[in-house]
Design a protein around this ligand. Structure first.
Ligand code: FES
Length: 128
């Protein structure tokens, strides 16, 4: 039996937002509808570079941010989970402290195209 159709499969690469919509050194939350339902994403910006992840803490699967589009700790060095304070490296998604230390955020494929759009390049990974 064939897999159910995915709206994303036929639309990749998919423009998500303009790079300028993401504060440098911060992140932006985004929602997409996939075959499995509504998916929450976060795209982090470091200058002209972006890093994309599912917006789900590996500890309990809940969204990371305390308030909309605020993902970083006070020092601006790490993504912090609002629930129990786990810290993640922005460029790798690796958790350096907290209840999920040693685990990682689930990476998604994003790039910045030649017109400064943040573009989803790959299908989203399955839910954990
Ligand atoms: S839910 Fe994120 S650290 Fe517990």
């Amino acid at each position: 039996m064939a897999a159910p159709p995915s709206p994303l499969r036929d639309t990749l690469p998919l423009r998500l937002c303009r790079l300028e919509e993401i504060e440098d050194g911060e992140g932006k939350s985004l929602e997409l509808q996939d075959a499995g339902g509504r998916r929450e994403l976060v795209v982090l910006r470091d200058g002209a570079a972006v890093h994309g992840y599912l917006n789900a803490c590996p500890h309990l699967g809940v969204p990371l941010e305390m308030v909309p589009d605020r993902f970083m700790n006070a020092a601006g060095t790490h993504v912090i989970c609002r629930t129990h304070g786990a810290l993640f490296e922005p460029a790798t998604g690796y958790c350096i402290s907290g209840p999920c230390a040693g685990q990682s955020l689930t990476r998604i494929g994003v790039v910045v195209d030649s017109e400064d759009w943040v573009v989803l390049t790959d299908r989203l990974p399955p839910e954990r």
